[in-house]
Design a protein around this ligand. Structure first.
Ligand code: PLP
Length: 451
């Protein structure tokens, strides 16, 4: 019974990113099973998973093939570690597979269990890399306001979420933030192209101010996900690339969301033609079936750090976990066999984009944007003056999110942007349902806000 479960949950379970004080009144949502893009809750209600869990379930829910691969691996070797030069076949096979899939210059992977751990690993890798090059003063890492790189100390610090920094007195020393390429919210007094150049040059300014001899790395998501699906203007990445090519600084492309097909390429870096030295991955690596992450490392960093002699004193009990590696391999088999990356590029991506962008005409929407199958709708109080936010920022978004859930679809609210990022296996019919539900949700939200 839902109520009894909700009471138990409220009594003992502290949820991430949740206001627990209100949980007793509202009750948690309890998801009991899932298949394809559909979730079922404890009341038997079917809900379209418009967020692929937390941007991770690329191949859809309930793939027996992955469960079988994990079971087989667990029976054979449920656990062994990869410390001190030991390994096992699934970790070997996965490392080789990833080296083949990643851009050509990334041929090595360091395994961990999540995106946050991947970014903690990055934090230590970049500083240690420069130590090994005889440049120990290169310590500062530049991130972006409103970027998200996880919840650990390094992840939170590298990210630019002020609400997270406030809790725990972060960022840690040596992290610097620059503006994000958020044209709709912060750059609309220029053309998108001009703003793209303008905001990219913030990186150049920051490096010049801090001093190139003190900057170790720049970290950014190809498209900022949790910050609100911030799709940069077309001019942004080429200009950042130019700035980085002229300077001796490592570039970290956080592919935790963009990786594994979400943008219609295997990696967001390929989509934008950018060339990372380090590439944190997680989420779509296993489609969330088991927790796993990693850092893909360029040949340059492998040579300068991994092969430079001496241990890198870093690692996790579960680095390369055999069952997680088996889940990843089975997941990658499905993505390749079913051509899901090409499907996002040539089929379901364009199909969904065409319809999603039309929602931009709605009275409540100031901008609709989408790349691959990740998109956002900016809710605004006055369509004629679309860049002016709501007075009670965040409240309309939560209202819209709850109405969407009532109508049978998960959309996420980031402030007053409504976000979707469905599984890559979404069919045309399911995309039609998604669009119709989004439209119905916008109509209802608009009606209530107008009252
Ligand atoms: N990096 C990015 C870009 C993310 O979106 C996330 C999670 O949403 C993370 C890192 C952290 O990953 P995890 O939650 O697996 O620690």
């Amino acid at each position: 019974p839902t109520k009894a479960l909700q009471e138990l949950d409220a009594a003992h379970h502290w949820h991430p990113f949740s206001d627990m004080k209100s949980l007793n009144d509202e009750g948690s949502r309890i998801i009991t099973s899932a298949d394809g893009v559909w979730l079922t809750d404890s009341e038997g209600k079917k809900i379209l998973d418009g967020m692929a869990g937390l941007w991770c379930v690329q191949v859809g829910h309930g793939r027996k093939e992955i469960a079988d691969a994990v079971h087989k691996q667990m029976v054979e070797l449920s656990y062994y570690n990869t410390f001190f030069k030991t390994t096992h076949p699934p970790a070997i096979a996965l490392a080789e597979r990833l080296a083949k899939l990643a851009p050509d210059h990334l041929n090595t992977v360091f395994f961990c269990s999540s995106g946050s751990e991947a970014n903690d690993t990055v934090f230590r890798m970049v500083r240690t890399y420069w130590d090994k090059q005889g440049k120990p003063d290169k310590k500062v890492i530049i991130g972006r306001w409103n970027g998200y790189h996880g919840s650990t100390l390094a992840g939170t610090s590298l990210g630019g979420m002020k609400g997270m920094h406030e809790q725990g007195d972060l960022p840690v020393a040596g992290v610097h933030h620059i503006d994000q390429p958020y044209w709709f919210g912060e750059g609309h007094d220029m053309s998108p192209d001009d703003f793209g150049i303008h905001v990219a040059r913030k990186l150049e300014q920051a490096i010049d101010e801090i001093g190139e001899d003190k900057v170790a790395a720049f970290i950014a998501e190809p498209i900022q996900g949790a910050g609100g699906v911030i799709i940069p203007p077309e001019t942004y990445w080429p200009e950042v690339r130019r700035i980085l090519e002229e300077r001796e600084i490592l570039f970290v492309a956080d592919e935790v969301i963009c990786g594994f097909g979400r943008l219609g390429e295997w990696f967001g870096s390929t989509y934008y033609g950018i060339k990372p030295d380090l590439m944190p991955i997680a989420k779509g690596l296993t489609s969330g079936y088991l927790p796993m992450g990693g850092v893909m490392v360029s040949d340059k960093v492998a040579e300068g750090l991994m092969l430079a002699g001496g241990d890198f004193n870093h690692g996790y009990t579960y680095s390369g976990h055999p069952a997680c590696a088996a889940a990843a391999l089975a997941n990658l088999d499905i993505i390749e066999r079913e051509g899901l990356v090409g499907r996002v590029k040539n089929d379901i991506g364009p199909y969904l984009q065409e319809r999603w962008l039309k929602l931009g005409e709605h009275e409540l929407v100031g901008e609709a944007r989408m790349s691959g199958i990740v998109g956002a709708l900016e809710l605004v109080p006055d369509k004629k003056n679309p860049h002016k936010p709501f007075k009670d920022v965040g409240v309309p978004g939560l209202l819209c999110r709850d109405i969407s859930f009532e109508h049978g679809m998960v959309m996420r609210a980031v402030r007053d942007s409504m976000i979707i990022s469905p599984p890559l296996v979404l069919t045309h019919e399911e995309a039609d349902f998604l669009i119709a539900t989004a439209e119905k949700t916008l109509n209802d939200t608009y009606r209530i806000l107008k009252r």
